[in-house]
Ligand binder design. Structure first.
Ligand SMILES: [Zn+2]
Length: 458
């Protein structure tokens, strides 16, 4: 263990920057600790940024008055928030695999004894991408739960976005067209999410079956689709499940054709909704647009970002959360976690909603490709599962070092997982060790758990 005093000092002055200390207090340890994060805490943290030595922080130029973050800082702050939201989800869902994600240590089988291997931890590795200030962990379990886990969801969304963009681009180059359709229906505050979500998915199945559907496919030259299932929640209207569907057509359609297809789709959507006891909202249950710009982004970024905002990260979220609460009407699932974190008095209510959402979405696929579409528009790309994406390490990268289980226990106990990565990004391995050494020691506890199971295969 290094005792580099400069490293410790640098790290300590840095530790207020990403508000992890405050968030750690919010979500750490026992399940009953009320969130304490506040605007003033975030503001104080922002204030410390300007006091940092410029040497290790060339990208961290921040105006303490405006709270401006550079792109790199915003990315780092976004990661702090994802870890903090994951900790909230973990406490809300005891026994869920999200609780092991980026906490439990992968173990290899130890020496066999009477046919049983004892798990032996390989340790927690800290890696850094070559040529970039981006650090990440190796040797930890990942849950790959796109609906529940903010760190996994962000990683999965990024990979899916690239995949969708490639598919759209390939199809266009080959002379095809791509549309985006939104399917909604009328709902009320009293609706139970699991019921209306199931009914909507059944209706969509019905939409794409039968003779009427075959006629639409042939009439419009429909090649295939990728559907994303989403939900938001609002005080006024309760749960609002809906579908965003990318539709691949043989030829690009002009505005008049798109309007006409929208009428056809809306008419059929009303019919299949009625079979499930639902009805369309307003004149159009279905909206269809020709795609442009960041459509792949739109479809892939499930639950994480709200209202198409830039990934501001935790600092801005905390600073703006009070102002936002009134303005933001439709909350994404991860907004529910954000709200639980930001308003302690309302946390039980938001966490109850989050749990209802998790239960309702269990077994649902977030992005679903229609049969054979992948071979047509993305033939050369290997299909990978969410779990595989979450578990994959980025390359090329170098391993900075390996933490002992004792060290990892301290990091977990202090809720400093994201903070440690930032230290690894800005410094070197001795700085990381010094950072861990400065954390309070922890008497033996339940964590870190070591497992030989792949939780994401369950
Ligand atoms: Zn996860």
């Amino acid at each position: 263990m290094s005792n580099s005093s400069t490293g410790v000092a640098g790290v300590q002055s840095y530790s207020g920057l990403l508000v992890q200390a405050e968030l750690g207090a919010v979500v750490g340890g026992g399940a009953t600790k009320p969130p304490q994060a506040s605007v003033s805490a975030a503001g104080a943290a922002l204030g410390t940024i300007t006091e940092l030595p410029s040497g290790g922080m060339s990208a961290g130029k921040i105006d303490p008055l405006r709270g401006y973050l550079s792109a790199e800082e915003a990315t780092a702050a976004g990661r702090v928030e994802r870890y903090a939201l994951q900790a909230v989800a973990r406490e809300a869902l005891p026994g869920h695999r999200v609780g092991a994600c980026l906490r439990w240590v992968h173990g290899g089988s130890g020496p066999k004894k009477r046919g049983r291997g004892r798990p032996v931890a390989r340790g927690v590795e800290v890696w850094r991408k070559v040529g970039e200030r981006k650090a990440f962990y190796g040797g930890l379990m990942t849950c790959g739960s796109v609906f529940v886990c903010p760190p996994c969801a962000a990683k999965i969304a990024e990979r899916r976005r690239v995949e969708l963009e490639q598919a759209i681009s390939n199809h266009r180059v080959a002379g095809g067209g791509v549309l985006i359709a939104a399917f909604t229906f009328s709902h009320s505050r009293a609706d139970v999410l699991a019921l209306i979500l199931g009914a909507m998915l059944e209706a969509f199945k019905g939409f794409k079956s039968g003779r009427a559907w075959v006629a639409l496919v042939e009439g419009w030259g429909l090649v295939g689709d990728i559907r994303a299932v989403e939900v938001t929640w609002s005080v006024q209207n309760g749960w609002h499940p809906h579908l965003h569907v990318l539709w691949f057509t043989q030829c690009p359609l002009g505005p008049e054709d798109v309007a006409s297809l929208e009428e056809d789709f809306s008419a059929r959507w009303r019919v299949v909704l009625a079979r499930e006891g639902l009805r369309a909202s307003g004149a159009h249950g279905c909206r269809v647009q020709a795609t442009y710009g960041a459509v792949a982004d739109y479809v892939a970024k499930f639950g994480y970002e709200s209202e198409r905002e830039l990934p501001w990260g935790v600092t801005a979220e905390l600073v703006k959360s009070h102002a936002k609460r009134g303005r933001r009407k439709h909350l994404t699932p991860f907004d529910l976690l954000r709200q639980a974190l930001a308003s302690p008095d309302q946390a039980p209510r938001f966490l109850a909603l989050f749990k209802e959402y998790v239960a309702a979405f269990k077994g649902t696929t977030q992005l679903k490709w229609s049969r054979d579409l992948r071979e047509k528009v993305l033939p050369d790309t290997e299909e990978v599962s969410d779990a595989e994406i979450a578990a994959r390490l980025e390359a090329p990268a170098e391993r900075l070092g390996r933490l002992s289980l004792d060290d990892w226990r301290r990091v977990l106990h202090a809720n400093q997982r994201a903070e440690l990565l930032r230290v690894a990004e800005l410094g070197e391995w001795p700085d990381v060790l010094a950072f861990v050494a400065a954390l309070p020691g922890v008497p033996g506890g339940r964590e870190p758990r070591v497992s030989v199971w792949e939780i994401n295969r369950r």
